[in-house]
Design a binder for this molecule. Structure first.
Ligand code: UDP
Ligand code: MG
Length: 330
């Protein structure tokens, strides 16, 4: 096998505090891999600026002038981690044999990258980075994450537990991934659906190197809910079952009420009546809400809106220049 061209894709949103360190560490990993002849010298690191409000893009631009291995892609506005990542993957896959995605904050152990590449050499198309321990995450984040994977598993969504978006994908597996055209992106649910030969590499998750998490609780919950409703109709089915049970229970209650009526014990009943009105009303609202959630998804999907817009691309340009210079030589 020829030495593969690797591109490391790094989505960044307001990451100015951590970027220098990330440039440094990732490019030294890349240099090592090149030195060991594991990857081609054409390999690059692509930083995707997801509409940051701080100096992130300026830093990337300056660094890319100093270091030819560092490239940048500037999105026109903030589109969220998943879409930013997809933008990077689509751009990178055009000129790479394999692509690794990693967060900018250095929480994922970059030394695992070496093993990723080795696995790629062994013939794996997808290599999942899996967190061994999550000691550095808060207790709350750890337990909610675990509960999330369990719940997803129960309703039939196959996720790799404790795997975020730190992974290697071959070009052909990426091409398959890009065929999923959904707007509600949940990449770690989609990648296992691609298939191909895959394996896991375990690593320790570290503290964020600098800056704050861009995933506050509200975003995290939205992400989890999105993941669930994007892949499964189990919540709808659950509501249907509850609705069915409620009808059954009220039928029994009705029988009871009628017997009481016939026996002449009709004085009370307001309490049970009002409770059931609220109960059934609540159920209906819940049901409508969840159905609405799916309809909302359909609404977004049918629009087929673009998932991101590129403002500046320091990555793809090189190909055009290369083609031009080759054309001149020929
Ligand atoms: N990120 C992004 N767009 C966003 C939010 C986050 O590109 O709207 C990037 C962020 O810069 C980081 C990665 O996604 O590289 C993961 O975010 P973060 O570390 O804040 O999440 P956490 O690790 O706390 O789940
Ligand atoms: Mg992080």
């Amino acid at each position: 096998m020829n030495r593969p061209v690797l591109t490391i894709v790094v989505p960044c949103f307001n990451e100015e505090e951590v970027l220098y360190e990330t440039f440094e560490q990732l490019s030294s990993v890349l240099d090592e891999l090149i030195e060991e002849s594991l990857i081609s010298i054409e390999s690059k690191i692509l930083f995707v600026d997801d509409g940051s409000k701080d100096q992130t893009w300026e830093l990337i631009e300056v660094e890319s002038e100093k270091n030819p291995k560092i490239k940048g892609l500037k999105l026109a506005r903030n589109v969220g981690h998943q879409n930013a990542l997809l933008a990077g993957l689509e751009t990178a896959s055009k000129q790479s044999d394999c692509v690794i995605s990693i967060d900018a904050d250095l929480q994922d152990d970059i030394s695992a990258i070496h093993q990723f590449v080795e696995k790629f050499w062994e013939g794996y198309d997808i290599v999942y980075g899996v967190r061994d321990k999550r000691e550095t995450d808060t207790y709350f984040k750890r337990t909610t994450a675990l509960g999330f994977y369990r719940l997803m598993g129960k309703i039939g969504i196959n996720l790799v537990p404790n795997h975020a978006d730190f992974r290697l994908m071959s070009k052909r597996s990426l091409d398959e991934l890009f065929k999923f055209k959904e707007t509600n992106l949940f990449l770690r649910g989609l990648v296992p659906l691609v298939g191909y030969k895959s394996t896991k590499v375990f690593y320790d998750r570290k503290e964020r190197f600098a800056g704050e998490s861009k995933y506050p609780l509200k975003k995290m919950l939205a992400f989890a809910f999105d993941g669930m409703t994007s892949f499964s109709v189990a919540p709808i089915r659950f509501v249907t079952i509850i609705g069915f049970l409620a009808v059954l229970i009220s039928a029994i209650a009705e029988g009871y009420a009628i017997t009481q009526e016939i026996l002449g014990h009709t004085e009370s009943g307001w309490t049970s009546l009002i409770i059931s009105i609220w109960f059934v009303g609540g159920l209906q609202l819940l049901g409508i809400g969840i159905i609405g959630e799916y309809i909302g998804k359909i609404y977004h999907e049918v629009k087929r809106r673009p998932r991101y817009a590129v403002e500046k691309d320091l990555y793809t340009i090189i190909l055009e220049v290369k083609q031009q210079s080759e054309a001149v030589i020929n």
